[in-house]
Design a protein around this ligand. Structure first.
Ligand SMILES: Cc1cc2nc3c(=O)[nH]c(=O)nc-3n(C[C@H](O)[C@H](O)[C@H](O)COP(=O)(O)OP(=O)(O)OC[C@H]3O[C@@H](n4cnc5c(N)ncnc54)[C@H](O)[C@@H]3O)c2cc1C
Length: 213
């Protein structure tokens, strides 16, 4: 996905990990087509490449639970409706409690997840062993079973998001390093890259752990 750096774009996204690809996907889904993603190496070459790809729907807060449920649905939609494989396998997950406090936390989380239509079952130790026969049940109090959880390929999912964004007009350009975000009166107006400047109305930093640079 190499290409020439344009002189201007409505939106410049810095970084081609799963977050940058997702921003490009969602902007183009909203109808923003003048979107340029700049990645200094290749897509997924940052932290995304290392991820195990575990997709869990139950999170500590309402908003994170909504976001996680949305993500899992999106990975299926990308594959089945848009034809971009993400490798998502809905194998389910078990979360374990080895003390009453942890069990209470899981039960509360399960109640919250149910409010967002995330299917969750609070289960006893016997069912946990049934679900995962290699489990050592010693000291366990119980747990929750979430059938909709699973595992995706982080690389395939990023490529799927990028491909869908490209189909809708985004430009994904690899091998371009952003050296500086240009600002006027404290507002981003573009970026300087190792292949020339790009003017932009919006600059979105998705450079992960390198964002501080
Ligand atoms: C070992 C491990 C296991 C993990 N397992 C899971 C898991 O099971 N489930 C889960 O949800 N999460 C997991 N994660 C977390 C997940 O990998 C990260 O949250 C996610 O990949 C972050 O994506 P990102 O796009 O923000 O960052 P990155 O993937 O790091 O992308 C940032 C990109 O920006 C580019 N970049 C940086 N600076 C510039 C610049 N100046 N110009 C142009 N490009 C630039 C980089 O080259 C990089 O490609 C795991 C992480 C690790 C390390």
């Amino acid at each position: 996905m190499a290409g020439q750096v344009p002189e201007r774009a409505q939106v410049v996204i810095i970084g081609g990990g799963i977050v940058g690809a997702s921003v490009a996907f969602h902007l183009t889904e909203l109808g923003w087509t003048d979107v340029v993603l700049l990645e200094r190496h290749t897509l997924t070459s940052g932290a995304t490449w290392h991820a195990a790809g575990l997709v869990g729907r139950l999170r500590a807060t309402h908003n994170m639970t909504r976001l996680a449920a949305y993500s899992a649905d999106l990975y299926e939609r990308l594959e089945h409706e848009m034809g971009h494989p993400t490798g998502f396998k809905k194998v389910g997950s078990v979360s374990l409690a080895d003390n009453p406090g942890r069990m209470e936390e899981l039960v509360r989380g399960a109640g919250m997840a149910s409010c967002f239509d995330v299917e969750v079952e609070v289960v006893g130790v016997d069912e946990l062993v049934e679900r995962w026969p290699l489990l050592n049940p010693e000291g366990l109090v119980g747990g929750v079973w979430i059938p909709g959880d699973g595992q995706a390929s982080p690389v395939d999912t990023t490529m799927a998001l990028a491909a869908a964004a490209k189909e809708r007009g985004a430009r994904i350009i690899e091998g371009v390093t952003v050296e500086r975000i240009r600002t006027v009166d404290g507002r981003a107006v573009g970026v300087d890259t190792d292949q020339g400047p790009v003017d932009a109305e919006y600059v979105v930093t998705c450079a992960g752990m390198w964002s501080h640079e």
